[in-house]
Design a protein around this ligand. Structure first.
Ligand SMILES: [Zn+2]
Ligand SMILES: [Zn+2]
Length: 391
């Protein structure tokens, strides 16, 4: 290899940070990434790449090279409906919208990767496809997010392998975390109404008390994880809201609860859909009734071991074993999952902890250590080239 991507990414660092700050100052919600997509498309055209805009609504796709294999690299571009609480000179200029998950940095890093790979002498044969995806955090009126919309638009057609990264604001800056198999959870929400019959609080016998019933229902829900699921398959069920009644002396007609169910494998996920219905149906055993709505979100991201192995080896060769950290994956959600179900793929996490202030994702004080970005860009570029060579 001639100049390494570590060196070129180092040279590009001021530009990566400038891009990130520009996106950070001008955040846009899902499927409204018009300005962001415009900047991205212009930068890619400046490189001489073939660029398509409006892919999956507001997505951008750029193509470099041709033939097989086809390696996809994905970044997401959307921000969140959060009022930024940071006092930095690149603070959000779009009041109430904030890049609080780091997608601004993903977009900036992928622009750098596009530049590095375009300018790479003796790039191996094959195609690199750059995906700048809209709306990872939310979904449209049909319940579909950006990854699904891009796939529907055919953006992933012919792709052999696909890679991505996600920054982690709680991990040391520049450290790389890569796991095999499932790394995020399938995320499904449920909304249940427990229906009883209102009565005077002094005469519960003349009604059907939904508050008493919902207590039994919540017990049954908590029994799903402990009594119904395979103990070695990860899953979690949380009741996150409960609303019912308005007065101490009135039994209400109904109580509403909602919650989330998270799991890794598809069989467990489908079992959860059945079990939640059975748990809520406990209401009928007490003379009440129920209505249940499931809002099915994205499936789990599956890191194909043959792709994560390439990322791991590239990270070792570029940055050494000290910069690879072992950490179990969590139960978060990520719609890159749709892409890893379309082509074998893997996502790694890039530590970008800024300081000793707690800056969780989706928090008004979220911020990143920008020194990590050159690491992410170099690793994406190196992995893509290795995947091209593998053919
Ligand atoms: Zn997020
Ligand atoms: Zn995110």
């Amino acid at each position: 290899m001639t100049t390494s991507f570590v060196e070129t990414a180092d040279t590009l660092e001021p530009q990566i940070i400038a891009w990130r700050r520009d996106f950070h100052m001008h955040p846009e919600l899902g499927f409204q990434e018009f300005r962001t997509a415009g900047v991205v498309a212009q930068e890619l055209r400046n490189l001489g790449l073939e660029v398509s805009t409006g892919v999956g609504k507001t997505g951008v796709v750029a193509i470099l090279g041709e033939g097989k294999p086809v390696i996809g690299i994905r970044a997401d571009m959307d921000a969140l409906p959060i009022i930024e609480a940071n006092k930095v000179d690149y603070v959000s200029q779009n009041e109430g919208v904030m890049h609080a998950c780091g997608h601004d940095s993903h977009t900036a890093m992928l622009l750098a990767v596009a530049r590095m790979l375009t300018n790479m002498p003796d790039r191996p044969a094959g195609e690199i496809r750059f995906f700048f995806q809209p709306c990872e955090e939310a979904s449209d009126e049909d319940g579909k997010g950006g990854a699904q919309r891009m796939i529907e638009a055919g953006a992933l057609d012919g792709v052999d392998k696909v890679i991505a990264l996600h920054v982690a604001s709680d991990q040391p800056a520049g450290k790389i975390i890569i796991n095999d198999h499932y790394i995020t959870a399938a995320v499904d929400d449920f909304y249940a109404t427990i229906i009883g019959k209102g009565a005077h609080a002094a005469h519960p016998d003349s009604g059907i008390d939904p508050i008493f019933i919902v207590a039994q229902v919540i017990n049954a829900i908590q029994g799903i994880r402990s009594r119904k699921l395979d103990p070695i398959r990860p899953a979690v069920v949380t009741v996150g809201s409960i609303h019912g009644g308005i007065a101490p002396n009135v039994i209400p007609n109904e109580v509403k609860i909602s919650g989330t169910m998270r799991s890794y494998d598809d069989a467990t996920r489908q079992q959860l859909w059945t079990e939640i219905e059975q748990a809520v149906a406990v209401a009928r055993a007490f003379g009440g009734d129920y209505a249940l709505e499931l809002k099915k979100g994205c499936p789990s991201v599956y890191n194909a071991p043959e792709v994560s192995a390439v990322i791991r080896q590239a990270a070792l060769d570029l940055f050494g074993a000290n910069n690879l950290i072992e950490q179990e994956p969590g139960m978060g959600g990520e719609d890159f999952s749709y892409m890893t179900r379309k082509a074998h793929g893997a996502m790694f996490r890039l530590g970008a902890k800024l300081d000793n202030v707690s800056r969780p994702h989706h928090n008004p004080k979220f911020d990143l250590n920008e020194g990590a970005f050159k690491v992410g860009a170099a690793l994406l570029a190196e992995t893509a080239v290795r995947l091209l060579r593998e053919g």
